[in-house]
Structures are given as C-alpha cells and as structure tokens.
Design a protein around this ligand. Structure first.
Ligand code: AHR
Length: 606
C-alpha cells in the first residue's frame, strides 16, 4: 500500500503513521464549489476521522470530467485500497470507473455510472424527489392552481433530468397548474438570481418557484425582493444544515419547503470499511431517503439530526414479526432459512408466519403483529396492490414496516425501507444473455413462463426482458403464461405451450428456476432435448439450477439473492436504535451460464 505524507514529517513520524494505517481510501470529488459537495466531503472526513486505521486522500476535479479521469488514474497509481467517486459527468467517467473496479473496490456516490462495473452505488432517487416536490407544490397552490417557474441545475445532468421529469409527471395531473418557464442556473445562487430577474419581467404573475437546489431557490427569492415582488413562494432541494443551508431558509420562512438530498458521504465510509474488511452481504445499490421539510417539522428534524444515537443494548429483546408469502420455490425456502438464521445470530425474537401465496393471510398476520405490539414488522408481499389499509394501521400504531424481496404499489412514506433485488435488471440480464448467445439466428420464438400475476418479480422481469428484446426484432415472445413460480405449474404451462406451438419454440425464459425445471421435464417428455433443441434461461441461481446446467439441460440462470436475512436484521436494529434507513437497499447479483456452473457450484449457498 502506498501512502502520502506531508513533506515536513520526520522519518520516525512517517514510520509510525505507516504502521497505524491499514487502509487508504481515495476520494475523487467532482467539484468543491457546490455547497452540497462541500457537505459530502465534510461527512466523509468526519466519518473517516472515527477510524484510526483509515486514511483518506481527496482530489477535486473542479467540474472537469477530463481532470477527474486523470485524478482517478493518479489515485490508482498511488496505490489506494478503495475508490470513492462522485462523478462530474457519469457517462464520461464510466470507463475509468470500470478500469478502477478491475483493480480495487469502487463506491460511486450520487450519480450512477452506466452499467454495473462498480462495487456499490449510494445516492438519492432524484425522480422521486421531483415527484415529492411536485405534490408539495400542488398542495401549496390548492384548488385555485397557479403558475410555476422551474429553476434547473446544470443542463443535461442526470439529476436535472430526473428531478424535472418527476416534477412534471405530477404537475401534469393538475389542469389548473402551469409551468410558465424553465431556466438553467447551473446549481448556482447568483446565476439563479440573475435569471430570475429576467424571467420576472416576462412573467410577473408567478406563484411558486421550484428550484433544483436550495441555493438557487435563495437566489430566486433575492431577485423577487430586489424587484419588490410579494406573494411568491419558494421550494428547493437539499435541506443542508448551516448558515445559508435549506434548513435555516425554511426556519426563516424564505423557503416554504425543501426536500433533503442526503450526500451519502457518511454511508460511503461505513460501507468502505465493511468492503475492505471483506464483510458479506454488501448491497449493490443504496438509495437514500429524502425527507420533506417544512416550517412544521424543521425544528424536530434538526434536533433529531443532532441527537446522539440511542443505546440499543439497553432495550428489551427486539421482537420482529415477519410475514413470509409462502413456500412456492427453492428460492423462498432459502429466503425463509436466511431470515430465521440471521434473527438467531442477532438475538432477535422472530415471529414468523407463512401465507401460502394468499394476500389475505398476510394481511391477517400483519394485523396480529400489530396487536402483539412487535417492535418491527417485515413482510414479503405476494402481490404489489392492496396493502394501503393494513400499512396505515401499522403506521397509526407507530410500528415501523420493512418491505422485503417484493415491493408494494404505495409511496415510500408507508414503509421504512425496501430490501431486495433489481428485478427489472434481472429480466434485462436474461434477455442480454439470450441475444448474445443466440446471435446469428434469423428467428427465435420464445416461451415466457411468468411468475405470480401482480407480483413485483413477474411485472419487472417481464418489463426488463422486453426492453432488451425491443432492439432485436428477430427474438419474439410467442407465448407468455403464468406458472405461479412453482415447478408443477411450470411443467403444466410448458406442456400447453408445446401443444400450441408444436416444435417451433427456440427458447424459454422462465421467471424462476423452479418453473424452468418443470419446463425441462415437459420438454423431455415431448421428446425434445432441453438446453439443446430449446435454449432455457431462468432466474434465481439455485443449486438445482446449477445441477440442471451441469446436465446440459438449462443454459443460464440469472442470480436473485434470497439471503436477505443479515441485511434485514441490520435494518431492524438500525430502526430500533431510532435511526433512519435508506429508502431502498438493492442486493448484488450475477449471471451464471453452463460454462461456469461446475466451478461455481461448490460456492452456492442455496
Ligand atoms: O420474489 C422472488 C421470487 O419469488 C423468486 O425469484 C422466485 O423463485 C420466488 O418464488
């Protein structure tokens, strides 16, 4: 490990420092002029300062992507053990991040680079922030409606695109609200002030200014003051502490509201340490929660931020109620086992119920957990719709809810966090594998075996799969039926498909391994060779799927990690300690084909 030392340290001081330092982290920052990035850098320094064995070196790209590429190259040459990067332009930085990732772990902050060549992404959901802001602005305007000016950050940057789209999506639902104009002020207060002065001459009848960050909202506010305009409200994003931070601006009544956009600096260092210590179960993506801050809650929010973390050990044994959706697949059994084992390991009392894939049984279980006053409720929802009432009951009872594996069709204020996979990406991965491995064929007829109707994995895997196929018209889904994620149903559905389509099927995409295994039986019974006459790709990566690949009957399985227990217990403890969780924690997953099956099988845990 190479270290950097200041020129004036003595040889002995350098030797002592070298002995103490176990890890060197390089931080490549896009710039140090945006207040939000200054806070991110400060958070990284503060968190790193808690660990004696850690040293952090920073580079500042001063808003130049080329400089940031050079910075990363230099940090790599200097022998950093891990890179934290907050990219200036995510797509320009993608190749150098991928290069670094080949050598060391990489944590990407704030703006996601393209693809998956990094260890962990931590950032906000800007689309959702835009939507929340839209809803807030609409509520402020009320039934009379009104006119908005949107002040955007740097033109073309992903957060600008996502915030603006989310905002527009909500505003479009209101016929009496109009966005009069949009202007880019590059995240800068002074530029926002100048632009706003020009706009106000054109549109004097503005009711609300929505700015993509708080400094720009402040700039716009100053413009109205200078022009002597009253009655305009201002809404921003960031909610930073400090003198001119969004929290203070809300307290002072300058902003009607702001939406916090956590920098992820602290979390990046915490995860960096886990990664460097080779801890298991590091997620692939952490999406941080944004809080709506208004005059009503700003004092409470600020106090909470400053409170020391309560001592969780002083509490009684934590009780977790978990409603499992059923026992339909090998994946589910592994998921249940992981949750039970992790609860035991962490000394958490687990009330565990199974619902035979029936939503009404899950709802009943959740109601029972509420009656029993458990500390935390977690559940894997069988389908997405129909949870509002029972989750409202949990909220009213003050019991936090964690959504695990599949998600619900509700806004994220109804639960504390979602822990699970990126199902859409799993669908894309399955399609990419098919496209790459059946290249050159002029026509590929695909049978799709869908999971449970209305469940997140069935909806999202289909969506991701179709997204990739759209670019390859020779790949056609000729039949798509649900096999409810079970082996028996998978077999029955495949039998029907073979009857309907005869032998003109070239590929099967099964939403899970169990259905693929059922389909394999049906194909064999029809006299065809699965894996040869019909190419099969499925999702989960269970041991059974690996054995089928070794037998040449399954061609590829896309991993969906069921071992969510440790992450879940970590989240439960965090909640009981009174701390906020990220809004989404997305697991890390891979793709396995026949070629690697033999080598990988001994390492499979489920
Ligand atoms: O929700 C995860 C899915 O549910 C798994 O892919 C499938 O096997 C399970 O039944």
């Amino acid at each position: 490990m190479t270290l950097f030392f200041s020129g004036c340290a003595t040889e002995q001081e350098r030797a002592e420092e070298r002995n103490q330092i176990q890890f060197l982290i390089g931080v490549s920052q896009a710039n140090l002029i945006e207040p939000w990035r200054v806070v991110m850098t400060r958070e990284i320094k503060e968190e790193a300062g808690k660990h004696k064995h850690l040293r952090v070196v920073f580079t500042d790209a001063a808003q130049s992507s080329q400089k940031q590429i050079n910075d990363v190259e230099k940090l790599l040459q200097q022998g950093i053990d891990l890179l934290i990067i907050s990219p200036n332009d995510a797509s320009v930085l993608t190749p150098v991040v991928a290069k670094a990732y080949k050598k060391i772990p990489v944590i990407v902050l704030d703006r996601a680079v393209e693809g998956y060549d990094y260890t962990l992404f931590i950032g906000p959901d800007n689309h959702s922030i835009g939507k929340q802001a839209g809803k807030f602005v609409a509520d402020l305007l009320g039934s009379r409606g009104g006119n908005i000016i949107e002040i955007q950050g740097l033109n073309g940057s992903p957060p600008v695109r996502d915030r603006s789209e989310g905002f527009q999506e909500v505003i479009d639902k209101y016929g009496n609200i109009k966005i009069l104009d949009r202007v880019a002020a590059d995240w800068q207060r002074d530029k926002a002030e100048d632009e706003m002065k020009k706009i106000l001459k054109k549109y004097p009848d503005v009711d609300i200014v929505f700015a993509h960050n708080d400094p720009m909202a402040l700039g716009a506010y100053k413009a109205t003051r200078e022009l002597g305009l009253q009655g305009v409200s201002f809404v921003g994003i960031d909610g930073l502490p400090g003198a001119n931070g969004g929290l203070q601006l809300v307290k002072d009544g300058i902003l009607q509201g702001t939406f916090t956009c956590p920098t992820g600096g602290k979390e990046a260092v915490q995860y960096a340490i886990d990664i460097l210590n080779h801890e298991k179960g590091i997620p692939k993506k952490i999406i941080l929660r944004s809080n709506k801050i208004t005059r009503d809650n700003v004092a409470l929010y600020t106090d909470r931020q400053n409170e020391p973390v309560p001592n969780v050990k002083a509490k009684h044994k934590i009780v977790l109620g978990f409603s499992q959706l059923g026992r339909e697949s090998q994946w589910r059994l592994a998921n249940s086992a992981s949750i039970k084992q992790a609860a035991k390991d962490e000394g958490i009392e687990l009330l565990f119920t199974e619902a035979d894939q029936k939503q009404e049984l899950q709802i009943q279980s959740i109601r029972d957990f509420i009656k029993q006053k458990v500390d935390v409720i977690a559940f894997a929802p069988v389908v997405e719709d129909g949870w509002e009432e029972v989750l409202q009951e949990a909220k009213t009872a003050g019991i936090p809810v964690i959504i695990s594996d599949r998600t619900v069709n509700l806004d994220d204020s109804m639960y504390t966090t979602f822990i699970g996979a990126d199902f859409e990406e799993e669908g894309r991965r399955a399609a990419r594998w098919l496209v790459q491995n059946m290249q050159g064929r002029t026509n590929v007829n695909i049978v799709e075996l869908q999971g449970t109707v209305g469940s997140t994995p069935a909806i999202d895997r289909k969506k991701g799969f179709e997204e990739i196929l759209r670019e390859h018209p020779q790949f056609k889904i000729v039949d798509s039926e649900t096999g409810d994620f079970t082996r028996d149903e998978g077999k029955k559905v495949m039998e029907d498909c073979l009857r309907r389509n005869g032998t003109d099927i070239q590929a099967v995409f099964a939403h899970n391994d169990d259905m693929a295994l059922g389909a394999i039986e049906a194909i064999e019974e029809s006299g065809l060779k699965p894996g040869k006459d019909i190419v099969i790709v499925s999702i989960d990566a269970t041991k059974n799927a690996f054995n089928a690949m070794l037998a040449g009957k399954l061609n590829c399985t896309v991993e969906c990690n069921p071992l969510l227990g440790p992450q879940l217990m970590k989240a439960v403890k965090t909640l009981v300690a009174g701390r906020q969780l990220p809004v989404r924690i997305i697991t890390s997953e891979e793709v396995f084909s026949q070629e690697v099956a033999r080598k990988e099988l001994p390492y499979r845990k489920y």
